[in-house]
Write a protein that binds this ligand. Sequence first.
Ligand code: PLP
Length: 474
Amino acid sequence: MKAGASPELFRKLPSVDELIGMPAVRSLTEVYARDSVVDAARAVLARLRQEITSGLLDDGSLKLALSGSAAAVEAQLRESLKYSLQAVINATGVILHTNLGRAPLSDSAIDHIRDTAAAYSNLEYDLASGARGKRDVHIDRLFQKLLYDGPPSESQPCVSTIVVNNNAAAVLLALNTLAEGGEVIVSRGELVEIGDSFRIPEVMTKSGATLREVGTTNRTRIADYEAAITERTRLLLRVHRSNFEITGFTEEAPTAELAALARRRSIPLMEDLGSGSLLDLRFVGISGEPGVLDSLHAGVDIVTYSGDKLLGGPQAGLISGGSDLIARLRSNALFRALRVDKLTYAALEATLISYVRRDHDAIPILRMMRATKEEIGRRAEELAKCIDSPKLKTEIVDGESLLGGGAAPSCVLPTRLLALAAEGTSTEELCMRLRACDPPVIGRVEEGRVVLDLRTVFPEQDATLASALSRIAA
Ligand SMILES: *Cc1c(COP(=O)(O)O)cnc(C)c1O
């Protein structure tokens, strides 16, 4: 016990029952569950005990604290019932920030979730026949449109798409279905780890397939794949490197050649694309991200990709490929365990309809990618005007936004940054104050100062951001 913590003070604390018995506290049980009120009362008393132990309270201040104990219990109740998951302002400039929930959903996706989630729906019900239907139909019909340039033909066979919980699940399901008990050939340069413990060799083990590595880290030729094919080979796998690049003395087998080899030896070729864009992203200055169509056109039999990366939809794993292969995946018991709910189907369906309508600006991440450095700079200047004060200095500087989410690692988008400096305040302290705003503001530290990149801030959040920053400046 520290100096100043007197045993008499502890005796002046009410018991939990006494505290609950106070009329102002008892009336809280009319609004909140009794258990919650008891928990809150316990927390308030524990805090007072802690403060006495630390010598923070004397007789007078304890009396004052006790007179406000009903209000303290109510504040504690409110705090404990607040959402933990909450919206934040992403001012990091990282468009697909995995820690910040990757792609924000479009307005139509939110509306469609609301309409179908609050009511019953035809999730697995065929309205035409009045019989049981399949949940896949809602999105497969849209992928049919998006992944074809014309009617199915020999060079462009019929493609189906199914949805699972995320791309990791998609890879697991595909490997388990197509290669359990057999071997999968992968280049040593593609044995990747994608953030948060998705590692190709480990997923392979879980799937029951055996990894057969070929080539070297920097060079793998088509002959390496060919030499490794045995009667145990079930699948050739190509993995998009996503979050790193190999440069210098490198070689990899072109996908089309790999596809030709696979066809010659009657072994399917699968590609884990990771991001899987439905568009050619060169129109926003992003190259090196293979699109889903590019892979299918090159002859890949089955591709896996995320719903919440470059596609800009909800978290999901999408598997597109020949209808016969997809039918095998569908009938695997694992598919039932990995399938997604109606909220995901609703969000995905609405997102895909935006693609079908070519309304790309409806999709938030595509809008963010398309924003120009000049537009972002003008918004940063407006913001700076609202907050510049002797206490919070602002400067607008050139910088770079990132795609994030393990997509196009070396690809950056030029942007303008709002750099902040508060006198006598460290960058850590300033970041902490930004995170303490409501909603929390997440910036990044660059060259020893805090910078905000408005590329990932919705223009309608600018006013909220301005008032949060003005409070920090005051
Ligand atoms: C991101 C990524 C994954 C994992 O996708 P999730 O949807 O996060 O499960 C797997 N493979 C590659 C190549 C990726 O880029």
